[in-house]
Design a binder for this molecule. Structure first.
Ligand SMILES: [Mg+2]
Length: 391
């Protein structure tokens, strides 16, 4: 029997060039503070964590996480790694429960669940490599010829700049486009009009034959969103994403039950039961867990089953390989979020610089290789000079 021999964690601090931020390019939870300081601090992150689980035959599975990497690293090193060392990686469901239950007093959500996610993803990569199959083949196989993706960028900027970006992106065949609001409750009626003008300007360029998704990144509140929904409806958005903070589940339920447009969320929810609550209480019409936060592939696959039974589509947050494998293997995951490859701007893009092998979209679709075992990525040394790596 193959056993886990070691767990190696590394924090990757980006020290290379970044695109200068363009003001309040996305509303966020800090907007409600009277002294905002760097208003985008909670949105931007230039650190990433890799987690490599090695078995005694020298096979290495790679997982990763992007939330609070230095703290998650410490949690893995001190608490979670000892729980999986010496174990059979194919006992992933047991190992998940062991990590979850042994740290239940503090690990259920946030840092703890992010650490579990990184290890679980590494275990799935490892299992795929050990049986020489891509992860999606272990999850149910191919449910699509290829994966349609939506373009996820269009941060709030001048109308002219946003229209230019949309025009250029629409030439690349994407099935949908997601934009971010730059104004929220603190900007009053003028900000409301600025938000609406930008959505209208994007529809002008994109037309109505493609999906347009709207994202508030938890920067609005219940009252403001209730006033915005009727004004936004005429632009036929595919969904409104994370209008209120992640803990305001009753707010999500109220907004979604208004039936004006689908409300989406879940990228800041954790674990099977956390997502089951969003599904069962109809808090969201589209669920967007992030596999490297929600509890890894083991948890994501259970959530997929619950969502499918409730007929709530799952469109995982972030264009990363672990999400693509789940999307490929689940008929209830119709499309993937895709971060176009750009210079480092908000930090979302860092994984392109750490890994080799990420699927790239061509004409609005991406493909997974039937022959590449595991998740199909490796750690690259191509941009090593732009990282400070903490071992
Ligand atoms: Mg989002």
């Amino acid at each position: 029997m193959t056993k886990v021999k070691s767990v190696r964690t590394r924090v990757w601090n980006w020290t290379g060039p970044t695109v200068p931020p363009q003001g309040n390019f996305c509303t966020n939870a800090s907007d409600a503070l009277f002294n905002k300081g760097d208003s985008m601090a909670s949105f931007r992150f230039y650190q990433w964590l890799t987690c490599e689980v090695e078995t005694d035959d020298g096979t290495i599975g790679i997982g990763n996480a992007a939330l609070a990497p230095t703290v998650v690293k410490q949690a893995i090193d001190e608490w979670y790694a000892p729980l999986v060392i010496g174990e059979d990686p194919f006992d992933h469901a047991y190992l998940w429960e062991k990590m979850y239950r042994r740290t239940h007093a503090w690990g259920r959500k946030g840092i703890g669940m992010t650490a579990i996610s990184a290890i679980d993803i590494a275990l799935w990569d490892l299992m795929g490599k050990l049986v020489d199959k891509p992860v999606f083949k272990l999850l149910g196989g191919r449910t699509k010829d290829q994966i349609p993706v939506y373009y996820s960028k269009l941060y709030a900027d001048s109308i002219d700049a946003m229209q230019k970006e949309a025009e250029s992106a629409s030439k690349d065949g994407y099935q949908g486009f997601k934009t971010r609001f730059g104004f929220g409750p603190q900007d009053g009626p003028r900000g409301m009009r600025e938000n609406l003008k930008r959505v209208e300007a994007l529809r002008e360029v994109l037309g109505y034959d493609v999906d347009l998704m709207l994202e508030a990144y938890m920067g609005w509140n219940l009252d403001y969103t209730k006033r915005m929904l009727p004004k936004l409806a005429r632009y036929e958005p595919r969904w409104l994403e994370e209008p209120v903070i992640a803990d305001d589940v009753t707010g999500y339920i109220e907004l979604n039950s208004m039936g004006i447009m689908p409300i989406s969320g879940g990228e800041h929810e954790f674990s099977v039961m956390g997502c089951a609550e969003l599904i069962n209480r109809k808090a969201v019409s589209v669920l967007q867990y992030d596999t490297n936060r929600v509890g890894g592939i083991t948890a994501a696959q259970k959530i997929n089953a619950i969502a499918e039974a409730a007929q709530i589509p799952v469109i995982p947050h972030a264009g990363q390989m672990h999400n693509y494998h789940l999307t490929m293997a689940n008929i209830n995951c119709p499309i993937s979020e895709y971060f176009p490859v750009f210079d480092v701007e908000v930090g979302n893009e860092l994984f392109y610089y750490i890994f080799e092998g990420d699927a790239e979209a061509v004409d609005g679709y991406l493909q997974l290789d039937d022959k590449k075992p595991g998740l199909g990525i490796s750690i690259s040394d191509k941009y090593l000079q732009h990282f400070e790596v903490i071992e």
